[in-house]
Design a binder for this molecule. Structure first.
Ligand code: PMT
Length: 415
């Protein structure tokens, strides 16, 4: 699980500052390695990141908040959630602000609390509230690192898609020798940059549809599906992090729009069609993730329908196919579709690729409880005219970054 201690080369595709446009929320927990964190903040900012710092309880015994404030250029948040702290940048604002939450050093106690989903102070609460990916750089005594509980907790974090940085091995502050030392700040910053790097979409316009549509039967009832919007929102965030100007056309969801994304809220398939087609000429890439209703009621009653009859028939009419209309447009962008399939996944998806004249289709394995509609994870097979790439089950945010990378590479080859 721990990584070997080698420097990861940073791809220079994004220029000399691979963390530019990235907001790193640095959580510092109470371990001796915290004394290295002003240097870590400097390394992160040198790579282009904006950094906000949260200290856990007692972390200020190991590092001076004033030093962190001086290097980050921002006031430092302590562990407490008070009326005063919440009136500034509160826990939800911090959770939305972050592109990545990095915890360094991550003590055994902090790691255990992350696994439990505790929300007992500011940092842990933000971790529960955020949709941003989590990275942890463990730092502790070698015996504590090798303890079965710590190892099981690390396994849990890794399974949830947490990016694990280190630990390093060697002489420890307590005089013992073994694994558990925090990686050097330069290694943490460089590996973080390399991990969150996607192919560049700088200067590109990307439009994404997400969520379900709602087809009204009357003012209080409608036909919809279980799409939560998470896959589309994760792609919007990943595309924005890759430098694109993103428009997210979303059906009804409970998700906050990612920062720096142009939000367009719609309800029905017809509204989504209108919102997409009226803006499509400016787009370089279109990604149809929304689970659009194929049919809508012919008429939507103006008043709530009374249950007088024993049976009820709803006449339905086909909705326009948004993705196919985009792909048939004179000034078509690169078109990426999704295909939610329960069986014959690749064959059915390939059929949609051909019929809708798409560049790529992400065949989505649905019909199980672990991937697809409303789940935290997803697994897809990415199909183009001449390639089939398996992207195995992982957190939707991690998957989104890989997919954006594939799209950026495809786009670069075309131009
Ligand atoms: O939102 P989540 O809970 O995270 O779940 C994600 C997801 C499972 C909804 C998503 O990953 C997914 O698979 N989306 C496509 C679901 C779907 O409805 O597929 P489809 O086979 O019906 O449609 C194929 C493609 O055509 C899709 O890109 C769809 O957006 C598009 N389409 C379909 C019908 C229509 N009228 N207009 C369209 O644009």
């Amino acid at each position: 699980m721990a990584e070997s201690h080698t420097h990861s080369p940073i791809n220079t595709q994004l220029g000399s500052k691979p963390l530019s446009n990235k907001r790193v929320l640095l959580g510092i927990s109470a371990g001796i390695a915290a004394y290295k964190t002003p240097d870590l903040v400097r390394k992160l900012t040198e790579l282009g990141a904006e950094v906000e710092v949260i200290l856990t309880r007692n972390a200020d015994q190991f590092v001076a908040p004033l030093a962190l404030q001086a290097v980050s250029g921002r006031s430092v948040h302590n562990y407490a959630m008070t009326a005063e702290s919440e009136s500034g940048m509160g826990h939800i604002d911090l959770a939305r602000w972050a592109d990545v939450v990095l915890i360094a050093p991550a003590t055994a106690n902090t790691i255990a609390r992350l696994c439990q989903g505790n929300a007992d102070e500011l940092l842990t609460t933000v971790c529960v509230a955020t949709q941003a990916p989590l990275a942890v750089a463990p730092a502790m005594n070698q015996q504590m690192w090798q303890n079965a509980a710590t190892q099981a907790n690390m396994e849990t974090l890794a399974k949830r898609g947490t990016f694990i940085l280190g630990p390093d091995s060697g002489e420890q502050a307590c005089g013992e020798v073994g694994p558990g030392r925090m990686l050097q700040p330069v290694d943490i910053a460089q590996r973080l940059a390399a991990h969150f790097q996607t192919g560049s979409l700088a200067g590109k316009n990307v439009m994404i549809t997400a969520g379900p549509t709602w087809e009204a039967i009357d003012p209080v009832r409608g036909i919809t599906n279980h799409s939560s919007g998470l896959m589309g929102y994760a792609l919007a965030q990943a595309a924005s992090e890759a430098g694109a100007k993103v428009t997210l056309v979303s059906g009804p969801t409970n998700l906050p729009f990612p920062e720096r994304v142009t939000p367009v809220k719609v309800v029905s398939a017809l509204e989504m069609h209108e919102a997409v087609l009226s803006n499509i000429e400016e787009q370089d890439v279109f990604i149809g993730v929304a689970a659009v209703a194929d049919y809508r009621p012919v008429d939507s009653a103006e008043q709530k329908i009374k249950k007088n009859a024993d049976t009820m028939t709803i006449n339905m009419v086909k909705n326009p196919d948004i993705l196919a209309d985009v792909a048939a447009h004179d000034k078509r962008p690169l078109c990426v579709g999704f295909a939610a399939e329960t069986n014959n996944v690749v064959d059915y998806a390939r059929g949609k690729l051909e019929r809708k004249k798409l560049d790529m289709i992400a065949a989505n394995h649905v019909g199980n409880s672990e991937t697809g509609f409303g789940t935290a994870d997803n697994a897809i097979t990415l199909i183009t005219q001449d390639s089939v790439t398996e992207l195995p089950k992982q957190n939707k945010y991690a998957l989104a970054r890989t997919l954006i990378n594939e799209i950026a590479t495809y786009l670069a080859k075309q131009s």
